[in-house]
Design a protein around this ligand. Structure first.
Ligand SMILES: Nc1ncnc2c1ncn2[C@@H]1O[C@H](COP(=O)(O)OP(=O)(O)OP(=O)(O)O)[C@@H](O)[C@H]1O
Ligand SMILES: [Mg+2]
Length: 246
């Protein structure tokens, strides 16, 4: 199957929201990278922001126009996200778009960085308008919520993107190892699910809240395999397993 058949869309009905979930190292960020790239290619005027709190993705350049390679010296081998620019603070976003970039990455790993990452996401949300397809790609959704689902860092922007992004042409691609700390207000907005193996029954159970008919028996067994589910008006189904051919 072609990845294009299952990637996120922006239609006249608005932008889609999707969840990529699965255990440690199952392949979530890799799949999200492909899905995000597909979005950028499909919508030639689109904008994408990657909220990378691990961090995991490499930007090609800094917003000052310098090669960003030196920032990732200590990392192992890996590809930069094509056409991406590293942004640090909210003001950098407008600059990045003015310079013609269409993919921005905001990174940080500490609790102090979290507020800054949220500020940039907030600016991205404010800029969103139905004329420009845009996508917020969140690599570790649980970093933004405490165990009871309460937003960290004083901002609920991750929830607002899920709830109010549709009308503004702003899609959301949320990745997570667990479903438990993700607020129901995000879960219930999801229209596509990419499900790598989950082991905890509680995590599987929560997928019911988005309407996905998934049980322990549906979990993919193969390494890096995922199931795909799409919510349609009143009709739903689960497909797969699939695996990205890298
Ligand atoms: N379809 C695939 N085929 C082969 N290798 C894969 C595939 N998908 C992912 N991998 C490899 O598996 C490793 C983990 O992938 P990735 O970082 O995407 O997982 P993750 O679920 O995001 O992990 P984490 O939970 O640590 O965030 C990487 O080395 C990646 O190259
Ligand atoms: Mg990951």
């Amino acid at each position: 199957m072609d990845l294009q058949q299952i990637s996120l869309r922006v239609t006249k009905n608005g932008a889609e929201r999707a969840l990529v979930v699965g255990g440690v190292g199952s392949g979530k960020s890799t799949l999200a990278d492909y899905l995000g790239t597909d979005f950028t290619r499909r919508y030639s005027k689109s904008r994408r922001l990657i909220a990378d709190t691990k961090p995991r993705y490499r930007a090609e350049v800094t917003v000052q126009g310098r090669n960003a390679k030196h920032l990732y010296r200590k990392w192992g081998h890996g590809q930069a996200v094509p056409g991406s620019v590293l942004v640090y603070e909210p003001e950098d976003l407008a600059l990045a778009w003015d310079l013609g970039y269409r993919v921005a990455i905001v990174q940080g790993e500490s609790m102090a960085d979290l507020v800054r990452v949220l500020d940039v996401c907030e600016a991205f949300f404010r800029q969103a308008n139905a004329k420009v397809p845009s996508l917020l790609q969140v690599d570790e959704t649980c970093d933004f919520f405490s165990a009871n689902g309460y937003p960290k860092g004083g901002s609920d922007v991750m929830i607002r993107v899920a709830r109010a992004g549709r009308e503004r042409g702003l899609g959301g691609l949320y990745c997570s190892q667990r479903t438990r700390a993700i607020p129901v207000s995000i879960i219930e907005e999801m229209e596509r699910l990419y499900l790598f193996r989950l082991d905890a029954a509680g995590d599987i159970k929560r997928l019911e809240e988005m309407g996905a008919p998934v049980t322990v028996d549906d979990m993919p067994r193969e390494e890096h395999a995922f199931m795909y589910w799409r919510k349609r008006g009143g009709y739903d189904d689960l497909y797969g397993p699939y695996r990205l051919a890298l």
